[in-house]
Design a protein around this ligand. Sequence first.
Ligand code: ADP
Length: 540
Amino acid sequence: MIEADGRMDEGERDGMMRLSQRLVALHVAGIAILVVVVLSSVAWISREHNLLALHSSESLVEGGLDAFRARLRTLVNDYSVWDEAYDAARADDRGWLYSNIGNAAAEIGTLDLIVFVAPDTGASFGWRRGSPTEGEPDLLPPGLLAPIERAMADPDQDHGTVMASYRSEPWVFSAARVRPVDGAPAGVPEAMLPIQVHGMRLSGDRLAMIGHGILVNGLSLADAPAPGKAKVALVDFAGRSIGYITWVPPRPGASILGRVAPPLGLALLLVTVVSAISSRYAVRSARRLECALLAAKAADRSKTEFLSNVSHELRTPMNGVLGVAQLLQTTQLDDEQRELVAVLFASANAQMALISDLLDFSKLEGGNRQLVVEPFEPASVLRDVAEMMRVAADGKLITLDCSWEPLAVLTVMGDPHAFRQIVTNLVGNAVKFTDEGGVTLAARVEQVEDAVEIAVAVEDSGRGIPADALPHIFERFYQVDASLSRTAEGTGLGLAISQNLARMMGGRIDVASRLGLGSAFTFTARFPTVEAPEETRDAA
Ligand code: ADP
């Protein structure tokens, strides 16, 4: 129907179709936001779990390394506080030392290195895998004695152990002075007790041992951190990096993802399908609504056009009727004929006014009424309207007081016809709805920047307008008394036309009324001023 009408241009149609498009966009955006939020929440939860697991596995490995050092420290203490060992060390009884201590390093492999250091000379001997019974001299890595002595003095620090790189591998060393169970014999100072050093390589089965204790598998040594692997840095006694323990960190997030993905995916799919179905319905309804709106607009437009055409066509013959009635009045008539012609003339005039209103209104509705901008004198418009209305006021025996002094000599730029039409309507209504008392027309003017604001107030002592009708009186075809027996004529279009015109001029019409006491209408608008031509000023 709308297409058949053929008057709905593409832009207008696009504008009207926006509701359904918005619904579709809203739906797609909603689903997209939901999917993004759910997926990113799951990804975030899984990442947080992975991070947590990484940090706790790091703490576990650090703890395992600490436990390993503490064990080494305990071991060297156990092997050092020993009467026989003290005696053998003092007597340099290597056979005894080998079979009771040294073979732990040389053959059994409990330790990787055992060294005895003479307190006075610093000379050392010891055993490692494959060493002879009498041991080997100078097995201790050079420069290690001093840090070992410091660690002995402060067993709290790193559990009394020292870490160092030895033969390109990270090692842990721990030392203790060899003494009898009852302490150093009298007269032998602490510094003169022999030193026993134990060393362990941090590789292979040692790392496996650490990992086993803390339930972290796959610990290995690396010179540098590897991407995707967790690590704990190994630092020697001088703060130098001597490698890393690395392992593949646990990833509980991945298994969480694996477990929640299928039900979550299904739920998202369901939500998407349900929402797609409901949005389809919503979009369909919106489209129907849009079509109905388009149809209503088109119907309204054709009604306005029809009104405009019919009013126009009616005017031409009515002009003829009026002209003939006017001519008839000038001919020789008897009293009865004169009266009949007067009725004819008045009826034709009323009809003409109605047609004019309809035409005006349809022009305004169709957007075909353009305002002209030309210089005019508002005072002279008011004077004309007052003169025109005086006949009707006198006929009803009511007063009509008009004052337009404030507007004298004022020339403004605007549409004099629209100005006249509004004032005529207001004064016409005031006279029409007043049976006693009178009507006053007063004008006020105020300078506003480079324009003037003109207010024309029309007050009457007529029947007034009920409060509940007041908000409707500017609606088209609205009449407070729309009954057939109403006493005043009219179409209910005058105020709608006036308000439309006032708005087109950037102005407004305000109303205040009390039932039975009268009404006050005020039309206010701004107009740019112009200098009045010389002769107009003189005339004024
Ligand atoms: P109409 O052609 O009926 O005068 P209008 O649009 O000019 O149409 O006015 C709408 C209605 O507002 C009128 O029918 C009347 O009931 C009410 N009205 C307007 N002006 C006055 C007034 N001065 N006093 C009382 N009623 C008024």
